[in-house]
Every structure is written in structure tokens, then in C-alpha cells.
Design a protein. Structure first.
Ligand code: NAD
Ligand code: 0WE
Length: 255
């Protein structure tokens, strides 16, 4: 039981296909006590029953595009918990129009929204979580994608947002490291979730990945959850500012 007695806030469960949900289930299996956040009423309807199935009734609103809602989230969390061992950030959003066509056509508003919700939100959440995390030498984990490093068709402004997110992980690491708090990212291979539904060419991508990746298969929720438990538990005590690839080895290939 690697997470016995540990308290983890999970931001980014939308449904039972969410990467954050795979992570939540595994953390629960390892003994963690969980809290969840949701951005709006329609997602609350899905998250609340999922949370309750893991014995969690701490299910709180937070659209990460709003500083006031992030303040309110941690004000409420602080009423229930005197410390935090883990924060999981599994949130990304860009306007659908930006995830097709030429990157050069990215609008100012599209760029601002994608970077705000997908990258700045990690900084904003981590700053509010810092006092709670410091009291227990906790860990922060975010989810990223290979599109931060290399150019992939249609990922467009999300690639820039993920590059900013990964760099934010590195810049946060020394800020929090003095208190023994670690910050890492997990770079997952393509997976079928709400966020990848309806992306043109996504099915082709999954096929390509399963054929080409050194492990000759796609990434699963269990793959991601195992590494997430490692990065949130004392097993990874010496690891911070790192981006760990969980992609069947796809990223190492040159051709
Ligand atoms: P998902 O749709 O289940 O999760 C995305 C979450 O972001 C949702 O829960 C949604 O409610 C939340 N969100 C969006 N805007 C928000 C806002 N303003 N405030 C609060 N929450 C907001 O999809 P997923 O694939 O599980 O994505 C989770 C993370 O994993 C994302 O960061 C994504 O970039 C990353 N990722 C996904 C894949 C993939 O192929 N699915 C691969 C690598 C990394
Ligand atoms: O990070 C992601 C998903 C990001 C995402 C997806 C959507 C779809 C619906 C952000 N915002 C939105 N907005 C919507 O309206 N992934 C890593 C999954 C993903 O998305 C892609 C991919 C992959 C892989 C988009 C284009 C190309 C590849």
C-alpha cells in the first residue's frame, strides 16, 4: 500500500475514460484518500458518482480559467484537509477550431485560451496548493504529450501549450524543492478519451503508434496509473522537474 494515509486532489476527471480516473482508481487501490474537482455542472454529474465509488465525498467545483474558483477550491479543501500529499493536474483545453488546419492560423484568443487552461493552470493550482503540500512533503503531477517536443499534425497550439507546461514543471521544481515538494510530468502516448474523441486522424494515429512503438501496442490507463503512483509516492523520492514518457517507447524512435 504505497499511498496509505496519503491525501490526493485529482483535477481532470470527466468520465470513466479519463486518464485522471485511471490514476484515481490506482491511487485508491494503494490506500490513498481522494478529493476531486470539476469545471461545470454537466461534468459534476459524471464525477460525483465516480468519486463516491471510491469512497470520496470531497467533490469541489473549479474551472481553472478562474483565479476566484481556484481560491475557493483551496479554501474549501483547507476546511477538510490539513495537508496534501499529492496534486494531479490532468487538464487541457483548446478551441476545436485550433486543432485542425495550419498552426500559422492560430488566433490570439485561441493561443491565450489554450495556454491559460492547459499550462498556466498548473502554476495557479500549485501556488495555492503549496502550503498544504509543504506540510507533508507532497508531490505534483501533470499530464503532457509528445506534441510538446515534436511536430504532429493538427496538435497545433496544444503543442505550444504542452511545451510551456513541461517548462513550467522545470521552473516550479526548484521553487517547491526547498520544502521537499516534487513536481513532475507524465508524457502519455495517444489514448482514446473524451479529449481525443472526434479528432480527425486520431484512429490512424492509434494504429500507427501500435505498429511502430517499441512495445508494439498502445498506451493503457494501467500503464499511466502505475507510473503516476510511482511519481506521487515515496518510490520517486529523488525525482523532480522530470518528464517521464509512458508511450511504449515511441518517443525514442528516429524513423
Ligand atoms: P479528458 O477529456 O478525460 O480530460 C481532460 C479534462 O480537462 C476534463 O476532465 C475536463 O473537464 C478538464 N478541463 C478542461 N477545461 C477545463 C477547465 N477550464 N477547468 C477545469 N478542468 C478543465 O481527456 P484525457 O485524455 O484524460 O486528458 C487528460 C490530460 O491528459 C490532458 O492534459 C491531456 O492533454 C493529457 N494527455 C492526453 C492524451 C490522450 O491521447 N488522451 C495523451 C497524452 C496526454
Ligand atoms: O492533449 C490532448 C487533447 C487536447 C485537447 C483536445 C480537445 C478536443 C475537444 C484539447 N482541447 C480540445 N478541445 C476540444 O474541443 N491529447 C494529447 C490528445 C490528442 O489530441 C489531439 C491529438 C492527440 C494525441 C489533437 C490533434 C492531434 C493529435
Amino acid at each position: 500500500m504505497l499511498m496509505q494515509g496519503k491525501r490526493v486532489l485529482i483535477c481532470g476527471v470527466a468520465n470513466d475514460h479519463s486518464i485522471a480516473w485511471s490514476i484515481a482508481q490506482r491511487l485508491h487501490a494503494e490506500g490513498a484518500e481522494l478529493a476531486f474537482s470539476y469545471p461545470n455542472d454537466s461534468i459534476e454529474k459524471r464525477v460525483r458518482p465516480l468519486a463516491e465509488s471510491l469512497g470520496s465525498s470531497l467533490v469541489l467545483p473549479c474551472d481553472v480559467g478562474s483565479d476566484a474558483e481556484i481560491d475557493a477550491l483551496f479554501a474549501e479543501l483547507g476546511e477538510h484537509w490539513d495537508g496534501l500529499d499529492g496534486l494531479v493536474h490532468s487538464i487541457a483545453f483548446a478551441s476545436r477550431d485550433e486543432l485542425k488546419g495550419r498552426f500559422i492560423d492560430t488566433t490570439r484568443d485561441g493561443f491565450r485560451l489554450a495556454l491559460d487552461v492547459s499550462a498556466y493552470s498548473l502554476v495557479a493550482l500549485t501556488r495555492r496548493a503549496e502550503p498544504l503540500l509543504a506540510s507533508r512533503r507532497g508531490a505534483v503531477l501533470t499530464l503532457t504529450y509528445f506534441g510538446a517536443e515534436k511536430v504532429l499534425p493538427n496538435y497545433n497550439v496544444m503543442g505550444i501549450a504542452k511545451a510551456a507546461l513541461e517548462s513550467s514543471v522545470r521552473y516550479l521544481a526548484p521553487d517547491l524543492g526547498a520544502a521537499g515538494v516534487r513536481v513532475n510530468a507524465l508524457s502519455a502516448g495517444p489514448m482514446r478519451t473524451l479529449s481525443s474523441a472526434g479528432i480527425s486522424g486520431f484512429k490512424t494515429m492509434l494504429h500507427h503508434h501500435a505498429e511502430r512503438a517499441p512495445l508494439r501496442r498502445n498506451t493503457t490507463g494501467d500503464d499511466v496509473a502505475g507510473t503516476a503512483v510511482y511519481l506521487l509516492s515515496d518510490l520517486s523520492g529523488g525525482v523532480t522537474g522530470e518528464v517521464v514518457h509512458v508511450d511504449g517507447g515511441y518517443n525514442i524512435l528516429g524513423m
